[in-house]
Write a protein that binds this ligand. Structure first.
Ligand SMILES: [Fe+2]
Length: 351
């Protein structure tokens, strides 16, 4: 019995190792599952995912093909799923928590609910986007960005800093959406300029900006010329450019704020393993695959205009190289107090 279990583990390790090299071309050519590991033979993995559903499902199916495991995805918002993992405690069904934003993973980590990630997995991706303590992996990233309509404002006339947007000159000039990445920005500001100044900034945003609730709505309003510029996550613009057949079919453009301005914050999406997961080995294998240039990173590069984080993996969506951006440097694990950020957003009357 012991022998058989060891053999199965060895097969699984081989399957994942081989898949790390080969799954992406196999999937791309539609050749399906490697024959050595029929579906379900290598265990089951449950992913709680706040990531965009199409990407999470594509990653799940590709890992099934790579490992022979059966993967189920429970979709929800980052914060709802984090709360669910907290409530479920030792009985959680989550083997992996896949987020859009770093904060919800950091929140679980602050409560001691995460297992450390294997160092070899962390070493596969750009270390700036892993938390300093290595308790989760940054598997993709989104940059905060300004979408602007050059028929209404020149790029050179855009604000020099996110912190200026409360000034009178910007009244009625911009739109925003108080979603996850906005909350992450507020958490970052609390850590860097303090709660009082952050609240004053939020009050300026509430006074001057147009709250359009969703990043897609911000993008569409700028593209339609309804407002000169908007705050969003870079990838919403590239999704539209891709749908329209290329950036030349759009009027709007993307501006990345430089000088390590908080308006150019780059935020990691997190892959975390709840310490209470009963499938630790398979969960670690999933994270290793997710970080692999020929595994999950190739899928992200092909399927979503979020930034893949393994060196040498290039997105097919025409993103600028991450090395050309100039975001603030900070510990991605430091944005753990979403509650305080949300409290300030409420206090400013934004939501
Ligand atoms: Fe999103």
């Amino acid at each position: 019995m012991f022998q058989r279990r060891e053999n199965r583990r060895a097969v699984l390790r081989l399957g994942v190792a081989a898949a790390g090299l080969a799954v992406s071309p196999l999937v791309a050519r539609g050749q399906g599952t490697p024959a050595a590991t029929p579906a379900g033979s290598a265990g089951t993995l449950t992913i709680y995912s706040g990531q965009h559903e199409a990407l999470a499902n594509t990653l799940a199916r590709a890992f099934e093909a790579a490992s022979g495991a059966t993967v189920s995805v429970r979709a929800g918002s980052d914060s709802d799923l984090a709360n669910q993992i907290i409530e479920e405690g030792d009985k959680t069904n989550a083997d992996i928590f896949l987020t859009e934003e770093p904060g919800p993973a950091a929140t679980l980590d602050a409560q001691g609910l995460l297992a450390p990630i294997d160092a070899a997995s962390l070493a596969k991706t750009d270390k700036r986007f892993n938390p300093e303590n290595g308790h989760w992996l940054g598997y993709a990233a989104r940059s905060r960005a300004i979408f602007y309509n050059p028929e209404l404002i020149a790029e050179s006339d855009l604000p020099g800093s996110l912190l200026d947007l409360g000034n009178d000159e910007w009244q009625g000039k911009f739109a925003y959406a108080p979603t996850g990445a906005f909350t992450s920005t507020v958490a970052y500001l609390i850590n860097t300029i303090g709660a009082d100044e952050t609240l004053a900034w939020l009050q300026g945003i509430a006074k001057n900006g147009e709250n359009l609730l969703k990043n897609g709505a911000v993008r569409d309003a700028v593209e339609a010329g309804q407002i000169p510029f908007g705050l969003s996550n870079h990838y919403y613009w590239y999704i539209l450019a891709n749908e329209m057949g290329g950036p030349e079919h759009l009027t709007s453009r993307v501006h990345y704020m430089k000088g390590q301005d908080p308006g150019g914050l780059v935020l990691a999406s997190a892959a975390a393993i709840p310490a209470a997961s009963r499938n630790q080995d398979l969960a670690q294998q999933f994270v290793s695959w997710l970080a692999d240039p020929a595994g999950g990173q190739a899928i992200i590069a092909a399927e979503s205009p979020q930034f893949p984080l393994a060196p040498g993996v290039e997105s097919r969506f025409g993103l600028p190289p991450l090395s050309e951006l100039d975001p603030p440097l900070f510990d991605q694990g430091s944005l753990k107090d979403a509650d305080q950020a949300i409290a300030l957003i409420l206090e400013a009357g934004i939501i």
